[in-house]
Design a protein around this ligand. Structure first.
Ligand code: PNS
Length: 163
C-alpha cells in the first residue's frame, strides 16, 4: 500500500524552505499531500486559491505531490485522506513550543496519527513567510527566499493593496 503523508500549513506564500520540506517528505513517503489551510488566525495576504496555485507551480516538478486546500480540523481532514502521518517543519527552537502544543493536541484528538518533524536544509532554517512579506513591503530583494514567480505575485498583491 502506498504511504501517504500530509504536509499542512498556511503557506502565505510558499518559500524555498517549504519546497525543501516537500522534497524531504517525498523522499520518505510515496505520496505527499500539501494541505493548504483555507483559514488561519494569522493575517493572510493571499487567498486560499492563490496559495494553492503558487504551491502547485512551485512543486510541479516533484512527482507524487498533490496540493489542495482544507478546512476544519486537521486530524479529520487527514483521516479523510487516509493519511496516518503529518509532516511539519522545525526550523528554530522558537518553533518548538507552538509545534509541541499542536502535535500533542492532535495526538489527543487522533492517537493513530503521527506528527513527524523535519528540519529544512540549514540555508532555509531562518526563512519565514511573515518576514518575507515584511521584506517585500519594504522593497527588499526576495530572490534568496522565494521563487521568482512568487516574488512577482507578492509585488503585484502589495501594489494592489496600496491602491
Ligand atoms: O503554517 P502554519 O500557519 O503554522 O499552519 C498551521 C496549521 C494550518 C497547520 C494549523 O493552524 C491547523 O492545523 N489548522 C487547522 C485547524 C485545527 O485542526 N486546529 C487544531 C490543531 S492543534
Amino acid at each position: 500500500m502506498k504511504k501517504t503523508a500530509i504536509y499542512p500549513g498556511s503557506f502565505d506564500p510558499v518559500t524555498f524552505g517549504h519546497i525543501d520540506l516537500v522534497k524531504r517528505a517525498r523522499d520518505m513517503f510515496d505520496h505527499v499531500i500539501v494541505a493548504v489551510a483555507r483559514a488561519s488566525d494569522k493575517n493572510l495576504l493571499f487567498s486560499a486559491d492563490e496559495r494553492v496555485d503558487m504551491l502547485k507551480q512551485a512543486t510541479k516538478g516533484i512527482k507524487g505531490v498533490h496540493v489542495e486546500p482544507f478546512e476544519g480540523l486537521l486530524v479529520k481532514y487527514a483521516k479523510s485522506r487516509k493519511a496516518r502521518v503529518m509532516i511539519r517543519g522545525l526550523r528554530m527552537i522558537s518553533d518548538f513550543e507552538y509545534e509541541f502544543q499542536m502535535a500533542l493536541t492532535n495526538k489527543r484528538l487522533a492517537p493513530d496519527i503521527e506528527t513527524i518533524y523535519v528540519m529544512p536544509q540549514e540555508a532555509f532554517c531562518y526563512l519565514s513567510s511573515k518576514l518575507i512579506k515584511e521584506v517585500a513591503v519594504l522593497g527588499g530583494d526576495l530572490k534568496y527566499f522565494v521563487p521568482t514567480f512568487v516574488e512577482e505575485k507578492l509585488k503585484t498583491k502589495l501594489r494592489k493593496k496600496r491602491k
